[in-house]
Write a protein that binds this ligand. Structure first.
Ligand SMILES: NC(=O)c1ccc[n+]([C@@H]2O[C@H](COP(=O)([O-])OP(=O)(O)OC[C@H]3O[C@@H](n4cnc5c(N)ncnc54)[C@H](OP(=O)(O)O)[C@@H]3O)[C@@H](O)[C@H]2O)c1
Length: 266
């Protein structure tokens, strides 16, 4: 058991966010697990009640300013910016409105929420902000992921810049990036499918579409971790360590692969 912190997380209705929220509550933290929909929040509240956990859930759409302001009701020790969507498809022909929407959810909304959380943290001179980025925000390892990968590169770059700024005035406010590899939460399948909503006969890549789909299915079948445990463990470390690192990633073999690709000049 640890000294309980107030931990505020977005996109906790499913996947890594939900598993992280539950795991942190089980470790004795007070978790505010916000979700995309009311139904997800209701489910999470029931689960927490059944397991007697200090976890409260409600809907917070990160793209809605009024929803984001709900964070001001709490003296948040840790904010985890986890909510995200994935948009895939050729950058040569994707409707830019799709890319813009992807950035709105994955980047701009997280920055706006972070600014609100920082108000209290600056005043109290302590806190930490976690950005759930991705190993896809370090290296481009496959085609047709441009929109999503660009949002995650931007999240990681923003976090690094913010860390350098904050370090100049506060030693006890930590900015941290979490980089998951591939996990079987359904996120990747949803993201891969988005491109087939519009990449059709008129696409430059029409002849190769079947092949692209097969390669992507195979890639994720081979790389996706069935359990989220390894990344949840890293997120817990980032929340609890006295002196947290800037970057945490998992699973180890995918982070190593990305490091090697970068050394090789990727
Ligand atoms: N799974 C992977 O392989 C992987 C790899 C690298 C990074 N990540 C990152 O890990 C994080 C969690 O992803 P996951 O794999 O756990 O997938 P997930 O289960 O789909 O989690 C994403 C969550 O964000 C929510 N969300 C989407 N738009 C939102 C909005 N406007 N406001 C509030 N919540 C919103 C989703 O709700 P709905 O389902 O209702 O839309 C969902 O609950 C994301 O940042 C993702 O980019 C995942």
């Amino acid at each position: 058991m640890v000294n309980g912190k107030i931990i505020f997380i977005t996109g906790a209705g499913s996947g890594i966010g939900r598993d992280t929220a539950m795991a942190l509550a089980k470790r004795g933290h007070r978790v505010i697990a916000t979700t995309h929909s009311d139904q997800q929040a209701e489910k999470l509240n029931k689960l927490a009640y059944r397991e007697s956990l200090s976890l409260k859930s409600f809907k917070l759409d990160v793209t809605v300013a009024q929803d984001r302001e709900k964070i001001l009701r709490y003296q948040v020790d840790v904010l985890i910016n986890n909510a995200a969507t994935g948009e895939s498809g050729s950058l040569a022909e994707i409707d830019v409105a799709r890319v813009r929407k992807n950035f709105e959810t994955n980047l701009f909304s997280g920055i706006a929420l972070t600014q609100l959380a920082l108000r209290g943290m600056m005043y109290r001179n302590r806190g930490r902000i976690l950005f759930i980025s991705s190993l896809a925000g370090r290296v481009i390892f496959m085609p047709f992921l441009a929109s999503y990968a660009m949002t995650k590169y931007a999240v990681s770059a923003g976090a690094e810049s913010l860390r350098q700024e904050i370090k100049m005035i506060h030693k006890n406010i930590h900015i941290i990036v979490i980089e998951p590899g591939a996990y079987h939460t359904g996120f990747n399948q949803k993201m891969m499918a988005t491109k087939f909503e519009w990449m059709d006969k008129s696409s430059y890549f029409f002849q190769g579409l079947e092949r692209i789909k097969m390669d992507e299915d195979r890639h994720f079948r081979m790389t996706e971790q069935k359990s989220t445990k390894s990344i949840v463990r890293k997120i817990i470390k980032a929340c609890e360590a006295d002196k947290p690192r800037f970057r945490y990633s998992a699973p180890w073999w995918q982070s190593l692969g990305i490091r090697l690709l970068r050394i090789a000049g990727k």
